[in-house]
Design a protein around this ligand. Sequence first.
Ligand SMILES: [Ca+2]
Ligand SMILES: [Ca+2]
Length: 221
Amino acid sequence: MMKKLSFFLIFFAFAMQMVYGVAIEIRNASFEEYVLSDGNYTTPDFPWGGVRTTNPIPQWTVTGFAGTYNPTSSVYPGGVPDGSNVIYGHVQSGQVGDAIISQILTSNLQANTRYTLQVAVGHYGSFQGYKIQLLAGGNLLAQDNNTILPTVNTFSTSTTIYETGSSNAYLGQALEIRLISFGVQANFDHVRLNAETTVVPECSSFVLLCIFFLFFIAYRK
Ligand SMILES: [Ca+2]
Ligand SMILES: [Ca+2]
């Protein structure tokens, strides 16, 4: 009877420490807000084609040259990872630097949490690489610095993981995602950020009580 009870208490003590997984909200995460005809794209300042707009990727801040793009099936015969659109970063002749597409999220960095950032990276044309970064309060937490090379005319998934403990210099600061396209050009789609938080309940005193009780049983034997 005592043995059964002690097993139950051990089980309960572990069960009390729960992991909650949530998908963190990213606005226009699949770049579908702009409706484009097949093959068309938005552009910040390219006078020779595309849809010229000051807001080429809604909800995202564009630094450099980037836009939303609906590729034809000759560009990506297997289709795009999600929906119809992707984004591209580009460098125009005479321009220097990479295109940076960023979004500050409404979620803040939480303690005891494992963050998994996933982004589909597409290889089209003269792909020169990319960086995918997770930040909090403008501070870099983790990044994928060009570790995957998708096969030409296909997408592959980049995964970046960052884990916080009970303390972290940037807790409570706003999370941010940055997608960086080197040169001409990287494509991105289907941005996902998942957070798994380990919740140590307030009744951790109960766990202590369980341990005390187990010691008590062991001592009696
Ligand atoms: Ca999409
Ligand atoms: Ca298309």
